[in-house]
Design a protein around this ligand. Sequence first.
Ligand SMILES: *Cc1c(COP(=O)(O)O)cnc(C)c1O
Length: 390
Amino acid sequence: MTSLFDRYETAFMPNYGVPPVALERGEGSVVWGADGTEYLDMFGGIAVSSLGHAHPALVEAVSRQVATLAHTSNLIVHPREVELAEKLLGLLGAPAKVFLANSGTEANEAALKLAIKYGKSTGRGYFVAAEMGFHGRTLGALSLTGKPSIRDQFGPFPLDVRFVPYGDADALAEAVDGDCAAVFLEPTQGEAGVVPPPDGYMARAREITSAAGALLVADEIQSAIGRTGHWFAHQSDGYLPDILTLAKGLGGGLPIGACVGFGPAGTIFAKGDHGSTFGGNPVSCAAALAVLDNVDLAHVQAVAAELRAGLEAISHPLLKGVRGRGLWLAAVLTEDRGAQVQAAAQRAGFLVNAVQPDAIRLAPPLVITSAQVQTFLTAFPSILDEAADG
Ligand SMILES: *Cc1c(COP(=O)(O)O)cnc(C)c1O
């Protein structure tokens, strides 16, 4: 019998390679493969499955919505999209307006179009982003993405994007002058390996952009919706961006993205300037509402502190340290053995993500229990042993 992996390889383009694991179902933070193999999900489908798998509130909200009204298009208003926008604005606590998309990269495309329009109306022609930053794979977002391996072969891009080293506020100040339309930054670089900037960096970025009259776009696609122990990372970093983009954890597994414009940035688009057929889809909005009603920040903070303290207490020659915040950590390795750690973890019944050759990303469901965190912490030293030998 041909395996699912062989069929995958035959049917799909090779852009992902063939993933090493196949899953069939999940419950909470546990997932099962077709052969019954059980895993503890320590990466949450790239920080997406905020309520874990098959959460009753998510199942109920999505099932009810799909059985009631699954799609309207953007030519029609429906209650869930309005409730979701209002709920987001309430959590943000500042005057703003929302655009709904279907993914992270689309949220950033909307942000980029706002920035382009702002730049044209104020005579500002270039953009600044960070080296190693990740903003998405569509061409606009890709042009802001600072990872040469995924960017360079698709260039040149029609936008003037200047890259600065992430976390260096002086380099940012140097790069941003009165001709700069917008600065795009992640509050911690996710795909670069969960790399936080020095304390105060984002607040400095706010000062620098405000002084130059450039927009500050905070790409919180990975960092928001409770991931750091706060609804939004900027809330604990002490600044307000002009534009905020959201996606990953917002839909709890259903596709949704959002671009939020604060103050004047909320009204840069005029009627007809942007759109999306599926954006604000009722089913995805119902899912996002269930997520926002069920994420428990106090729980996230408690289990995150346990996970971090447990990792920091492990002394192992392959483990250099821990970085990140909330339930969004990287175990940093002393050698490029991330792939071996990921494989050893899988054999031991844990799904983790070697986000960089020397970094293991941990972004479990926000509902992970203390007991599950302890199970992982107990197993991790022998996973490291195996990866060091193997
Ligand atoms: C994942 C991610 C994106 C892209 O989101 P997609 O939904 O994959 O398009 C953009 N920015 C950041 C910071 C991300 O982590």
